[in-house]
Design a protein around this ligand. Structure first.
Ligand code: HEM
Length: 431
């Protein structure tokens, strides 16, 4: 699709609208889209028990890899009171969320979302969280980062292929409009919560190329049209992702929950694109063996449902450092991303952003314990490999030269039955 056609400008306006938000943007969206957004359910108990059960509700590509919704919004929320939430707070939040459930089909075609809670939220209560819930405060995860810590009470993550549905839902939640997909919203989420920080993003073929005129990306439009991400490759192959079952806390008061780490990374891709050839990028993203053997074509669709990071490639990381003078991002991270039985530990759901006109990445990752994420991030740091002469902390060390951590936050995504302001003992009094 070339710029200037009606279709191109419609898509462009939708993306701009999600980025900008606000009532003007919404009316622009509604004018431009005539397909109805599919409705939700009259009985919310028919919805999945886990808030993080998204995979069966989304689309798949030809190799059965899950495709994340194209437009996404993260609302970092602060509870508008000191101390513990009241029954009124819980009723307001429940009312707002169940309105969304009735208004929009829970899918990429309607709206999919989850509400998660931070350690700071749980510290409002006297009781501690159960021992099997591993939810520490966020902290620095590498010696070379100075992130801001997101310690707001809650994180609402909204996602849809429909930019208009996403914006309308957000405006209904924040009290800027009375209806969501023609369902009246009696009590908005803003009756209990304030939005402290609003972050937006997107993922999917075409969008990074269209949005590449931002800080962090060289001026000659290097992002391939078909790439779902700014760095020019696809990610999230089915066999390199944990299952939703695997990342679920299996027992205790929060059975059915998962933990969510969300970082925001700024990308600076000048040297990624300008100084390097395609094979260099393959070596640094996947592994030097991937480049040597020509395993990746284009954005990597040819890989099917597996990135090709084999146990042999994982074990050869030090040898690769010596032989090729660099190591791959996926190869390094994979060292800690398998349990003793070979299961993958993290379920990554990251997407791009042009907030503040900078190329960045929102990186939500789901795992049973936050510690699991921290261990994989440590493996990705590759600090242990810097005793090899060619490998420096940020050079020849996967993609660390091009990404800069701006924010980190940790959250618990409770199961649906505990999604409304739960206590640390797994109750929702007053509902
Ligand atoms: C701009 C930032 C990033 C980009 C573009 C990116 C891209 C990729 C790509 C293309 C792969 C190989 C395909 C796949 O398995 O999905 C991969 C693998 C992976 N990445 Fe990243 N990634 C980024 C940041 C991160 C961060 C911050 C982490 C945090 C720990 C991470 C963890 C992983 C893991 C665990 C794997 C899978 C390795 C395996 O077990 O097979 N990535 N990434």
């Amino acid at each position: 699709m070339s710029p200037g056609t009606d279709e191109w400008s419609r898509r462009d306006v939708l993306k701009a609208a999600v980025a900008v938000g606000g009532a003007g943007a919404l009316s622009a969206c509604l004018d431009l889209t005539d397909e109805p957004v599919p409705e939700g359910v009259s009985d919310p108990s028919t919805l999945p028990a886990r808030q993080h059960a998204w995979d069966d509700l989304l689309t798949r590509d030809g190799a059965e890899n899950v495709e994340l919704p194209r437009h996404q919004t993260l609302l970092y929320l602060t509870l508008d009171r000191e101390g513990t939430p009241t029954s009124d707070d819980r009723r307001a939040v429940e009312e707002a969320l169940s309105t969304l459930d009735r208004a929009y089909e829970r899918s990429n075609r309607g709206l999919i979302y989850s509400l998660a809670y931070s350690p700071a939220y749980f510290s409002r209560f006297v009781d501690p969280l159960p021992e099997n819930v591993d939810l520490p405060e966020p902290r620095r995860l590498s010696p070379f980062e100075t992130p801001e810590f997101d310690r707001q009470d809650a994180l609402l993550h909204l996602a849809s292929d429909r930019a208009d549905a996403l914006i309308e839902a957000e405006e209904a939640l924040t009290g800027e409009r009375d209806t969501a997909n023609e369902v009246t919203i009696e009590t908005p989420l803003s009756a209990a919560f304030s939005v402290d920080s609003r972050r937006t993003g997107f993922i999917g073929k075409g969008m990074p190329a269209e949005k590449q005129d931002v800080a962090g990306i060289p001026d000659d439009d290097p992002v391939p049209e078909e790439s779902p991400l700014f760095m020019g490759f696809k990610a999230g192959f089915a066999k390199n992702q944990a299952s939703e079952e695997y990342v679920t806390i299996p027992d205790g008061p929060f059975a059915g929950a998962t933990t969510k780490h969300v970082s925001k990374l700024r990308q600076r891709l000048d040297d990624w694109y300008v100084e390097q050839e395609f094979d260099d990028r393959v070596a640094e993203m996947f592994s030097p063996a991937h480049a040597e053997r020509g395993l990746v074509e284009g954005i990597g669709d040819n890989l099917g449902d597996d990135s090709g990071v084999t146990p042999e490639i994982i074990e050869s990381v030090r040898e690769h450092a010596q032989q090729y003078g660099r190591v791959g991002h996926a190869q390094k991270a994979a060292r800690a991303n398998r349990d003793d039985e070979g299961n993958v530990r993290l379920l990554r759901r990251h997407f791009e952003s042009t907030d503040e006109n900078e190329a960045s990445l929102h990186f939500p990752s789901l795992q049973r314990r936050i510690t699991d994420f921290e261990e994989v991030r440590e493996a990705m740091n590759g600090t242990d490999l810097t005793d090899e002469p060619a490998i420096r902390q940020r050079v020849n060390n996967g993609i660390l030269e091009y990404i800069f951590v701006k924010n980190r936050g940790n959250f618990l995504v409770p199961p649906r039955r505990l999604r409304v302001l739960p206590t640390p003992t797994g109750e929702v009094p007053g509902l």
